[in-house]
Write a protein that binds this ligand. Structure first.
Ligand SMILES: *Cc1c(COP(=O)(O)O)cnc(C)c1O
Length: 474
């Protein structure tokens, strides 16, 4: 047998039992061995020096899989990363082996065509209009929507703000920023936004928090006054960002109201839908995203709620011209007159070599079907809501707020200052993986119901364990 086939067989049997065992909830979700021990267990030094990994693949992959965090375990309630559909995982494998760097069509027609198709598919879900037929960048006269897939929402937020800034004034792209520029973000915005505002030269101090309600949502009633005030001070508002939904507590801003205000004030609206935009695929829950079509740009992570392996994030623009004209550069070895029968994504992203990540998204969605993904999305919210109601009945637990998405924050009451200690003990026990967040100036335990196998019973077991830990603290 060829080595490739032999090794695929080895991978096949290990990955198969890995998925089976993880999904069955066997073994710990998380086990954080110290660095030295991990390097030792994986026999890294030896395998590297001698170049003998291939003949030791069987034992290596066994150890490697043992040392992973098990996202497929239904007791994985940690960060917002999918337990990917295995079929989409095969997409990562195919892309890894073919390595078609498809930023220019000629480097990967299949990958590029799939990305273009999937981008249009997402655009239609937002309620925007894709190009009638394949449109090359040159078609400035059409105002259809357009986008690109990239390596994560953080990069998406950064790219969106670069485009918004350059669209605000061509002058900035040429000569740099003046001191009167500001970007407005929700109080509970993802950290990547403030950093992006700093990175693009507007300055972190000019990333201003919007007025908010006590639950962290943008306060739409005082928003118009807030904007007028800034305008009176001669501030130039480059963009306003709204959450769909917030990372910390999973609430959606009122996109309809905010969109109307931004249109009236002619302010660029960027919707951070990294986590929540996927709920557009749920007829029951897309109400939370009502008004998203009023945005100028949107980010939408597939590696969060679309069961796609990381990374796969969509950056979408209502008017493709903004994207196609505001990231311009010169590179004679890539960009020259040619008669290409497909789309070059090169000018739509800060990446140059670009992997074919659309394949993963396509394989996830086509494995599940639109009905399958809708069922999954709805089920995560049903479980979250059941857990919320059940937690309300628990006198030892304080719940932060009623959830809208599949993110739930709560505290063990008897040891309010010790939520981090509780988490630490929980993770060292290994039976659950959860995160924490700051909200209203205090720390909360935080769970994300993202694994399709998680049920209320798992959350009841989690609370039981938290109570035991809480009672035995100190
Ligand atoms: C996760 C998240 C991001 C960052 O996306 P990455 O893909 O992790 O880079 C940005 N915004 C929100 C609201 C998020 O939940």
């Amino acid at each position: 047998m060829e080595p490739f086939e032999k090794n695929l067989d080895i991978l096949k049997s290990h990955l198969n039992s890995y998925l089976k065992e993880s999904k069955a909830g066997n073994g710990p979700v998380i086990s954080q061995k110290p660095y030295e021990e991990v390097i030792e267990k994986l026999n890294i030094e030896n395998l590297l020096n001698k170049g003998t990994l291939e003949e030791n693949l069987d034992s290596f992959i066994q150890s490697y899989l043992e040392l992973t965090t098990k996202l497929h375990n239904p007791r994985y309630l940690g960060h917002q990363v999918s337990a990917p559909n295995y079929f989409a995982g095969l997409g990562s494998l195919i892309d890894g082996i073919t390595n078609n760097a498809m930023a220019i069509y000629e480097m990967g027609p299949a990958a590029s065509a799939i990305e273009y198709f999937m981008i249009d598919w997402l655009i239609k879900k937002i309620g925007w209009t894709p190009a009638k037929k394949l449109s090359l960048q040159a078609s400035k006269d059409q105002n259809h929507s357009g986008g690109v897939l990239m390596n994560g929402g953080s990069l998406g937020n950064l790219t969106a703000l670069i485009v918004a800034r350059n669209a605000y004034s061509e002058e900035i792209a040429e000569n740099g920023c003046s001191k009167d520029l500001v970007v407005l973000v929700p109080e509970l915005s993802h950290y990547s936004l403030k950093r992006a505002v700093s990175m693009i030269g507007i300055g972190a101090n000019n990333c201003l928090s919007l007025p908010s309600l006590s639950n962290g949502k943008i306060d739409c009633d005082t928003l118009p006054d807030f904007i007028q005030n800034l305008k009176r001070k001669n501030k130039k508002i480059v963009a306003l960002v709204a959450n769909a939904c917030s990372t910390a507590v999973g609430l959606f801003d009122d996109l309809e109201k905010i969109g109307t205000i931004c249109q009236k004030e002619q302010i660029w609206l960027h919707v951070d839908g990294a986590h929540g935009a996927s709920f557009l695929l749920s007829r029951k829950n897309r109400k939370y995203l009502h008004g998203i079509d009023k945005a100028d740009s949107v980010i939408w992570d597939a590696h969060k709620m679309l069961q796609t392996p990381a990374l796969c994030a969509a950056l979408l623009f209502k008017n493709h011209n903004h994207l196609d004209q505001n990231l311009s550069f010169e590179a004679s070895y890539l960009v020259h007159e040619k008669d290409t029968p497909g789309f070059d994504f090169l000018t739509r992203t800060v990446e140059c070599t670009k992997s074919g990540i659309g394949l993963k998204l396509f394989m996830a969605l086509s494995a599940l079907g639109e009905n399958g993904i809708e069922k999954y999305l709805d089920e995560t919210l049903i479980v979250t809501n059941k857990a919320y109601l059940w937690l309300l009945e628990n006198k030892d637990i304080e719940v932060a707020l009623e959830p809208e998405a599949n993110i739930l924050c709560f505290r063990y009451k008897n040891s309010c200052d010790d939520q981090l200690k509780i988490r630490k003990k929980l993770l060292s026990n290994g039976s659950f993986y959860i995160s924490t967040t700051m909200f209203r100036d205090v720390r909360w335990l935080r769970i994300v119901i993202i694994n399709p196998m998680t049920r209320l019973s798992h959350i009841k077991d989690l609370i039981k364990e938290i109570k035991i830990i809480g009672e035995n603290l100190n």
